[in-house]
Design a protein around this ligand. Structure first.
Ligand SMILES: *Cc1c(COP(=O)(O)O)cnc(C)c1O
Length: 388
């Protein structure tokens, strides 16, 4: 057995309790995301032992949902470096800038965190086939963990997704469906497949455990800053699991007494061609409306509607963060800016975060002495053709 202290699931909208050892998609009460809850009083004491633990996200197994060790699929996910980048910091007029480089993860993106944990848990709960819609990286990660578990994986991606994303899934043994449409259209196709064939739907926030994998970003940032946490976290937002996950992690760590009540200001970055969360934030809304005609080379940001929109907006507002959109020109030019000054060639989503940091610094929303963490969420290489 692992040390998991998972106790139950809670509806993200009404707090109703649900059994964590049954399979769930959205909550049966409100059709909203379910959040995993733990016996944090029991998990609290592991802080002192973390130095002795594996350099991957399973170091936090007490606050992860897998109960039986044999189902925890380990491909090296998590515990990515938090890199200090002094030249780039100076160029932006910041005294402390760090990049959390998620390109080190299996399949080259931080999707490995969410999919690693949720595929493990689905396998543990007896699921026989997995399915998900994806803009690219989630499909690769699902294919990898499904292959490791020996479960069939059905993915659906927009047909215009860059070739390496598709090839990766195929070589990992997944069944790949390409359609003429966006991730929301892929979602509908996958939903129909799940209903027809009994596949389990791993869509973002439509089951409780991708979020649990993603929340380890927050645990790592706390540990890597010696429990101080940065002042600001700049995060490229599609479905928002990472942002919501970190916010959840900070609450859990405060409850365990690992950190205080101070929170990093969470910044949600989107592309100007698809910015539903930014629009809702600016309009003071609690949820977002569908973005029509979504278009951006940052595939992970080409998400016109997010099930967790209300949670993203809450996380941003409660931490006194903000939501900001960047143009295609800015994100492309900031990939080179990051690359040439740090040696890190970021994915366009990571580059979008740097573009946002530059803009927020210019507007003085970022102070010179703020410790700012920018996420590079994946490798640049799968995007192949956009860099020419
Ligand atoms: C999926 C993805 C994102 C967006 O992440 P969410 O947690 O869905 O908001 C950002 N960058 C990359 C590289 C991605 O694959």
């Amino acid at each position: 057995m692992t040390g998991s202290t998972l106790t139950h699931l809670e509806c993200g909208a009404c707090d109703k309790r649900h059994d964590a050892d049954q399979l769930h998609n959205l909550s049966s009460c409100c059709a909203k995301p379910l959040l995993a809850r733990y016996d944090l009083a029991a998990a609290q004491s592991i802080k002192g032992d973390l130095n002795n633990r594996r350099p991957d996200l399973w170091r936090y197994e007490e606050v992860l949902p897998i109960r039986d060790e044999q189902f925890a699929i380990k491909l090296g996910e998590g515990w990515t470096p938090l890199l200090t980048v002094p030249k780039l910091a100076q160029d932006l007029g910041l005294s402390r800038l760090s990049i959390k480089d998620e390109s080190f993860n299996p399949t080259g993106s931080f999707k490995a965190r969410g999919l690693g944990v949720c595929v493990s848990r689905a396998w543990e709960l007896g699921v026989k086939a997995l399915a998900l819609p994806s803009a690219g990286n989630a499909a690769g990660a699902a294919s990898a963990y499904g292959a490791a578990a020996g479960l069939p994986v059905h993915v659906c991606m927009p047909a215009d997704t860059s070739m390496p994303f598709r090839v990766e899934c195929e070589q990992l043994g997944a069944d790949v469906d390409l359609i003429d449409g966006l991730i929301t259209d892929c979602g509908k196709k996958i939903k129909a497949g799940c209903e027809a064939h009994g596949w389990f739907d791993l869509s973002t926030l439509k089951e409780p455990y991708r979020l649990e994998g993603k929340k380890t970003l927050g645990y790592e940032l706390a540990e890597q800053t010696d429990w101080q946490l940065p002042d600001v976290i700049i995060y490229p937002t599609g479905g928002g699991t990472g942002l919501v996950g970190m916010w959840k992690a900070f609450d859990e760590m405060e409850e365990m007494g690992w950190i205080g009540s101070k929170r990093p200001r969470l910044v949600s970055v989107q592309a100007a061609g698809c910015a539903p969360i930014v629009r809702a934030f600016k309009e003071g809304k609690d949820s977002a409306t569908m973005w029509e005609g979504a278009e951006t080379v940052a595939l992970g940001l080409r998400v016109p509607a997010a099930v967790g929109d209300f949670l993203i907006l809450r996380a941003v507002r409660e931490t006194e963060g903000c939501a900001i959109a960047v143009s295609e020109e800015a994100l492309i030019s900031h990939a080179r800016r990051m690359g040439s000054m740090t040696g890190i060639f970021p994915c366009p989503e990571g580059a979008a975060c740097l573009a946002a940091a530059a803009q927020l610094r210019e507007e003085k929303w970022l102070a010179q002495d703020d410790h700012v963490v920018v996420f590079n969420t994946g490798t640049a290489l799968k995007y192949a053709s956009i860099w020419q």
